[in-house]
Ligand binder design. Structure first.
Ligand code: AHG
Ligand code: MN
Ligand code: MN
Ligand code: MN
Length: 333
């Protein structure tokens, strides 16, 4: 069986005129290498003494897990000397990390959620890494600032995630389809196993944290009420529900067999548009989902069209199979 490794896939993409610049290819190789290292740490778990709390907090007011901090450090360290980035930003850092003076600086900006679903790490349930790549404006000559990152998701040149589950998989888009790779631990390389991933247009599966139901806005109450009503309700169909509490695992399931994922606005926090973060959770996942033929909105508009005002800005998220996302979006508008 002839296998396509990630490296071969990227080189072939680069050869297809204009689809993948060499420095972006190199950046993705570096990120993949970092994710492999994170995968090894996640797999070792208690054996390496890396489960549990770090004893620190992040700018979102969340308690950091040891692995949140480790994964963040692995990504920073792997990428800072690669020469492809001007700066990085992360869920776990209040401010952007600019490539230090003395190291070569590239033309890309990368944002990441180093460990997504970290509440699941201590109970051995899938977690992941999410990343988004933007171009740094040519006029920026010194250290990029937060303002340089504040570009809408439509400007992403690449996005991806790695899910650390029963298999470690890397899923990528450069804006021409979505490709999934499985880590072959025997030879240490990612192998193309899921070419051209497509989300089915209709689905009978939804994902939402139902415990928050009483705090949702009316359109979400109405929509989920209809899902729960099943065959005898207005949608005339029985739905099934899943909630992993790792967005990466949720989006991966939707890419493989369809579904709709929702993290709506919550009345407990009227000032926040949602729980998830626009720039390193909403945007990269919206890019991937759209590239796989799905849809991603904040209930009112396409997530990718939102002009961010802050690095850690939150967003309501409705993504997945087109038919369902279109329906819940129509209920809002
Ligand atoms: P993170 O672990 O990166 O902070 O993200 C957690 C997110 C996301 O992965 C998941 O969809 C959601 O939080 C789960 O929230 P609940 O705890 O409300 O279920
Ligand atoms: Mn977190
Ligand atoms: Mn996350
Ligand atoms: Mn995280």
């Amino acid at each position: 069986m002839s296998r396509t490794s990630l490296s071969r896939f990227l080189i072939e993409q680069q050869r297809k005129a204009g689809t993948l610049p060499p420095d972006l290819r190199h950046l993705i190789e570096t990120v993949a290498r970092a994710c492999k290292a994170i995968s090894h740490s996640v797999n070792k778990g208690a054996l390496a003494g890396i489960l549990g709390e770090a004893g620190t907090g992040n700018v979102q007011g969340e308690a950091q897990k040891k692995l949140d901090v480790i994964a963040n450090d692995v990504l920073l360290e792997a990428n800072e000397w690669g020469g492809n980035l001007a700066a990085m930003a992360s869920e776990e850092m209040e401010l952007p990390y600019s490539i230090p003076d003395g190291l070569p600086r590239g033309r890309y900006l990368m944002l990441f959620d180093p460990l997504d679903g970290s509440s699941n790490i201590d109970v051995n349930i899938s977690v992941g890494t999410i990343f988004s790549v933007l171009e740094c404006d040519e006029s920026v000559t010194g250290h990029p600032t937060e303002a340089d990152f504040l570009q809408p998701g439509t400007r992403q040149v690449a996005a991806g995630y790695t899910v650390y589950g029963p298999q470690t998989m890397l899923v990528l888009t450069f804006g021409n389809g979505v490709y999934g790779f499985t880590l072959d631990r025997e030879n240490g390389s990612f192998v193309l196993t899921h070419p051209e991933m497509k989300i089915p247009e209709s689905t009978g599966e939804f994902a939402i944290n139902m415990s928050n139901m009483r705090h949702w806005e009316a359109p979400v109450q109405r929509y989920v009420g209809e899902l729960l009503a099943g065959k005898t309700g207005p949608l005339a169909k029985d739905y099934n529900m899943r909630w992993v509490a790792s967005m990466v695992a949720e989006v991966h399931r939707i890419l493989v067999r369809g579904g709709v994922f929702m993290y709506p606005k919550d009345a407990r926090n009227p000032a926040k548009p949602g729980k998830l973060r626009l720039m390193y959770e909403g945007n990269p996942m919206a890019f991937i989902v759209e590239q796989a033929g799905g849809m991603a909105t904040n209930g009112h508009q396409r997530i990718l069209d939102i002009q961010p005002a802050a690095l850690h800005e939150r967003v309501a998220v409705f993504l997945g199979s087109k038919e369902e996302v279109a329906r819940v979006t129509a209920y809002h508008n």
